[in-house]
Write a protein that binds this ligand. Structure first.
Ligand code: PLP
Length: 380
């Protein structure tokens, strides 16, 4: 008899919806990935690295030139210096970075605060370490953090908190005031902050990304998790990095070296060159804002209620004016009857709270967004 370490984990909603979407040949705006290719320049740089023979293990911490350019990027954008030698590690995706961070610090019965709806890789990792995820529901249809609830959730067992800005699945961002509030609450504690910032460059409407690195006391207790998959339209490469103060990074690397040892070498070489040109990531906000606006303009006249997202490549649509059915059943019906796939938000909420909201990914070509919008406008 095999005893599962994750008895409550089954097939993820992404797999279930993806399978249904395929079976019904639906326009698939469910999973978060672009349906267009990356910059040929980046592809060429990786191909060059393969041809030049960068095909054996990279250094455990990652290629130094890549860590150096990441350090410069973070300092320029967020005003905090991470030493490339001791404070930055290249990971095989943000998922691995997050898993490694949790594994490095969480011991049995430690509590980790997570905000719901939450990206789905946090809680299983906490559980595998014997930790306890303490979930706090974001409030209202605009998903605000209730800082008073957060403060009262903290106790002597609280080891870490995980934040995610810009936020998947809601497309909201944390403001400077939010981060200052978080900093004030954590001050005088030893709580570690795992800051999932994979959408750091996808921020719209003149807003700025409030990285934990911008706030001195937060930076001193944070592990920043980033993903090249999101930034360079290459989710299948599974490449990312973590940045943290040396004393945290020492522990992080102890685990990292036995989880993957190192991340993919030729891709690190290619990205190291590509990242030298800041336009390649600074233009991303504009690029995705245009996509969001294109999608939302095309949805004008539909019966969905729309509050434009502030970041990420996800847009939430509220269907409460269309039907009272549950978001899971409506999402399934949309696939079967209308041939469009989305993700129901309730699966990420505390107690599967159902606010009649679906998540649509707009990292798609205009042709795909047109097809999706035509279908959605026809749902009355
Ligand atoms: C909030 C969030 N964190 C982490 C990840 C994982 O990123 P990666 O593909 O680099 O593992 C994702 C991917 O969807 C995400 O949305």
């Amino acid at each position: 008899m095999i005893e599962s370490k994750l008895p409550h984990v089954g097939t993820t909603i992404f797999t279930a919806i993806g399978k249904l979407a395929k079976a019904h040949n639906a326009v698939n705006l469910s999973q978060g990935f672009p349906n267009f290719n990356a910059d040929p320049k980046l592809l060429g740089l990786v191909q060059d690295a393969i041809s030049e023979g960068y095909n054996q293990y990279a250094p455990m911490q990652g290629v130094y030139a890549l860590r150096e350019v990441i350090s410069e990027k973070i300092e320029k954008l967020y005003g905090h210096y991470y030493h490339p030698e001791s404070e930055i590690t290249i990971t095989a995706s943000a998922t691995q970075g997050i898993f490694t961070a949790i594994s490095a610090f969480i011991t049995p019965n430690d509590e980790v605060i997570v905000f719901k709806p939450a990206y789905d890789c946090y809680e299983p990792a906490i559980e595998l370490c014997g930790g306890v995820a303490v979930a706090i529901q974001l409030l209202g249809k605009d998903f605000r953090i209730d800082w008073e609830s957060f403060k009262s959730a903290i106790n002597e067992k609280t080891k870490a908190v995980i934040i995610n800005t810009p936020h998947n699945p809601t497309g909201t961002i944390l403001s400077k005031q939010d981060m200052l509030r978080l900093q004030a609450i954590l001050k005088d504690t030893d709580i570690i902050l795992i800051s999932d910032e994979v959408y750091e460059h996808l921020v719209f409407d003149g807003n700025t990304h409030e990285s934990a690195a911008k706030f001195k006391d937060l930076a001193s207790r944070s592990i920043l998790c980033a993903s090249f998959g999101k930034t360079f339209h290459v989710t299948g490469w599974k490449m990312g990095y973590c940045a943290a103060p040396k004393e945290l990074m020492v522990e992080f690397r102890k685990v990292h070296q036995y989880v993957v040892f190192c991340a993919n070498h030729p891709m690190q070489q290619g990205i190291a060159h590509y990242l030298k040109n800041p336009d390649h990531y600074l233009s991303l906000g504009r690029f995705y804002q245009q996509k969001r606006d294109y999608f939302l303009n095309a949805l004008e006249g539909s019966r969905f209620k729309i509050s434009p997202c502030s970041g990420t490549y996800f847009q939430i649509l509220d269907y409460s004016a269309i039907t009272h059915e549950s978001d899971l059943s409506f999402a399934q019906r949309l696939i079967k009857e209308h041939k469009i796939a989305s993700i129901p938000i309730s699966v990420f909420n505390l107690n599967n709270q159902d606010n009649k909201q679906l998540r649509f990914c707009f990292a798609k070509t205009e042709e795909t967004l047109d097809r999706a919008a035509t279908i959605l406008c026809g749902i009355r």
